[in-house]
Write a new protein. Structure first.
Length: 386
């Protein structure tokens, strides 16, 4: 399979300790590509990231074990999708601090953009397993990709339901894409790869760690149209996923359970806090925005969808007042971005498409415009003139 030169340099820079999304984007904004960042002098790097990180970049990149990473990626059939790749999940790119790269084992299709998360406790009851399989199966049969975390209990049941229906499913891991966790799910992981893919933001060989799972959860919520919680006690990680979904501007759904059962406490609390109670898959489908082709498959009429679809963004022309107050230091690309911003907020993919640039270019320019006080950011990674 092999990585392209730019992918290798992106991964090499990504592996430098301390280079998170914010610094990475600032470096791209200054040097344009990861390759140019690695070629830059320590003095030039200091102007962007400071002396300590600049020194680390120049020293660490020569020792990063890229050969081992590429060997493992080839062995397990894993590809690398960077934030600037057209195949990077559009919805995920819109969240705050998105993963700089995803390791994908299997195939991530364009149709997987229409996806819903189904999550819940590892210690599920027979009722919870039945509900998770039911929603996984019914979503999968309607052409909607089911996303979950491949854990025991609800996650595994949701994946199995989608697979049984002949649908697609995506598992997001808190370890490397080559690591099976839990080990007993090896067969399920094999089936998921055949009917979708396994993705991770962690480099190959990374072992599971409790600190990794919040990152995994925000990918699950960030890449999906909505998150369905099926059975979750008050301390369940599924509730973290639901909270992140709400913060990211996504829909949150909860399946009610039996009163007095600990696994019901989480979904019932979510419903009290405003999550949508769901008993059938139709309760989910009427709330999420579906492409026309999928809408026809699930037999949802246009008037019904129109009631829940967001209002169309105003034309770019209404954002002209922002362009009038551009300072002389604003670049031509930044001027283009300001000219297409809607006062109600524009998503990153809309901005990138309108300006004919990559998502990473849009993000880096928006970050600089935000620092200049010309752009403000809303929830769901939407940007508007300040």
């Amino acid at each position: 399979m092999g990585l392209k030169v730019e992918q290798r340099d992106w991964l090499r820079l990504l592996m430098v300790p301390g280079v998170g999304t914010a610094y990475f984007i600032r470096l791209l904004a200054r040097f344009h590509t990861a390759t140019d960042v690695l070629r830059a002098s320590e003095g030039a790097l200091r102007e962007v990231v400071g002396p300590a990180l600049a020194q680390r970049i120049t020293q660490y990149t020569d020792t990063a074990d890229l050969e081992r990473q590429e060997h493992l990626m080839d062995e397990y059939g894993v590809s690398l999708i960077t934030l600037e790749d057209p195949g990077y999940p559009v919805r995920l790119a819109e969240i705050y601090d998105p993963p700089l790269a995803l390791f994908v084992r299997g195939e991530l299709h364009q149709e997987d953009e229409t996806c819903v998360a189904v999550v819940g406790t590892r210690r599920a009851t027979p009722y919870g397993i039945r509900m998770a399989e039911k929603f996984g199966r019914e979503l999968g049969s309607r052409g909607i990709t089911v996303v979950s975390g491949m854990a025991f209990g609800i996650d595994s049941a949701a994946h199995r339901g989608a697979i049984e229906a002949g649908g697609r499913t995506v598992a997001v891991l808190g370890c490397g894409a080559d690591v099976v966790y839990p080990p007993q799910n090896a067969d399920l992981m094999h089936e998921i790869v055949k009917h979708g893919c396994v993705i991770s933001q962690f480099v190959m060989g990374t072992k599971p760690s409790a600190g990794h799972f919040p990152y995994r959860n925000r990918i699950i919520s960030g890449m999906t149209l909505g998150t369905v919680v099926v059975e979750a006690p008050p301390d369940s990680g599924a509730l973290i996923t639901a909270r992140q979904a709400a913060e990211q501007g996504r829909e949150v759904f909860a399946v009610p359970g039996q009163v007095g059962i600990r696994n019901s406490e989480g979904p019932h609390a979510l419903i009290r806090d405003g999550a949508k109670l769901v008993e059938t898959v139709e309760d989910i489908l009427v709330e999420i925005e579906l492409p026309a082709a999928v809408r026809q498959r699930v037999n949802l009429g246009a008037p019904q969808m129109a009631a829940v679809s967001p209002a169309p963004a105003p034309p770019a022309a209404v954002a002209q007042p922002a362009a009038k107050r551009e300072p002389a230091s604003v670049s031509s690309l930044e001027q283009d971005i300001l000219s297409v911003l809607s006062p109600n907020g524009s998503f990153v993919d809309e901005i990138a498409s309108a300006c004919r640039i990559s998502i990473s270019e849009a993000l880096s320019s928006l970050t600089l415009l935000e620092l200049k006080g010309l752009v403000r950011q809303f929830s769901g990674k939407r940007f508007a003139p300040a």
